[in-house]
Design a binder for this molecule. Sequence first.
Ligand code: ZN
Ligand code: CA
Length: 373
Amino acid sequence: MVNEKRIIEEFMELVRINSETRNERQIADCLKKKLESLGLEVYEDDAGSKIGGNAGNLIAFLPGNTKGKTVLFSAHMDTVKPGNNVEPVLADGIIKSQGDTILGADDKAGICAILEMLRVIKEEQVDHGPIQILFTVSEEGGLFGAKNLDPELIKAQLAYVLDCSGPAGHLIVEAPAQNQVEVIVSGKAAHAGIAPEEGVNAIQIAARAIARMKLGRIDEETTANIGIIQGGKATNIIPDKVWLEGEARSLKREKLEKQCQHMKECFLRAVEELGGSVEVKIEPNYPEIRLAHDAEVISIAKKAAERLKFPIVLEKTGGGSDANILNGYDIPTLNIGIGMEKVHTTEEFITVENLVNNARYLVEMVKIIGEKV
Ligand code: ZN
Ligand code: CA
């Protein structure tokens, strides 16, 4: 049986380990030991050295005692800031930080559920197929761990990422693709008082482009933002350079491309009118999640939720996660809710009930996949 006391203790242990993005060494070492002691073979890849971090992704494997499909469970090891020296406090069935840091339930609640599941299936000698575990680095930084993973290492035919709000039973079946937009506007510098007619104002070009740009919520499936703008040197110099960074997201590729094209055209038109030049770089950041409603990865998750009487909620999200990247590697991957609340704030919390239910949920899924043979 899932052991509540053990889960609480392990969760407390994990959130106390400093593991802000690119500093996952300590938690990776801790998890490696835990996985090995549970009988898994653990491999650490070289993603860390590629992205300036001190640890790689952990990929672990537990052979099945029945045949059948290999399932992957994944969570990320890094946290956002302020994530150092977390001191968890448990009161009235709720765990939070002391208020000066995040808690790190995002995503240590996911890790915790996976470890407890592995322990329970071992203790109870549950029939299960082969199981892969993936603990990634640098998710919060921009999914860098998952992006630098060698997909050849993943043997699973279906995968669950535990990194979503909403309690167990919340399933993310759609998430948008995202493109990054980088713009450099070049004008011509001139003295603003002596020779303004010789200058071309890059800030004005950028301003005109942005003023006409559709941003924010474009439609129910598409969003766009210009998030960073930098430029200019002094009030008496006509600025010759402006750097901008933005993004667009959509559940539909065509809409994403259309929005990015629109953003580009706004800059081209402003340059045509005001002079100067512009360089617009549009780069895909991550692919979308669009799972068929009858996909096996969903039906298993639904069945497990039904058995445990957890309400099933199929959701769309506007955010990206490691699940986007895994889907991009052609592994049908569902991001599932783990009941973390107010993530990325110092008010982050999770209930003990959710921690327990997460583990129960994974055990149930593993049982269902094991029965399928
Ligand atoms: Zn997360
Ligand atoms: Ca997060």
